[in-house]
Write a protein that binds this ligand. Structure first.
Ligand SMILES: [Zn+2]
Length: 119
């Protein structure tokens, strides 16, 4: 019976050797020593993930609790969210106001990461 245990591995793109083996996330060709990623091109982990940081540079995550570091006047006479107000369970979003949250007494609103500090 013919063994085809290597058949799922692609041939070396450089020398077309079929003796490719796998090492972690790499394919390695024993013939020409070429190494390449086993991740399909375009799906490689490109470090483009946005990182949200608070006013002190701490990395924020969904579900974090933060405090407001500056009185924030709400548009339309909605009042002022006072400095020191605790905001629980934030949600990070893309946009000008990059935190979605709910503040007791004010309801749902958007905040800017530069005006909060992680608790
Ligand atoms: Zn090769």
């Amino acid at each position: 019976m013919k063994k085809d245990y290597m058949s799922h591995l692609p041939a070396c793109p450089q020398c077309h050797s079929e003796f490719t083996y796998e090492d972690g996330n790499l394919y390695i060709c024993p013939e020409c020593a070429h190494e390449w990623s086993s991740q399909p091109v375009g799906e490689q982990a490109v470090d483009t993930a946005k990182v949200w940081r608070d006013a002190s540079g701490n990395i924020l995550q969904d579900g974090d609790t933060v405090t407001i570091i500056k009185d924030l006047k709400l548009k339309g006479g909605g009042g002022v969210v006072k400095i020191g107000t605790k905001v629980k369970n934030i949600r990070l979003v893309d946009g000008d106001h990059d935190i979605d949250c709910k503040i007791d007494g004010f309801g749902a609103m958007g905040l800017k990461t530069e005006f909060v500090k992680k608790v």
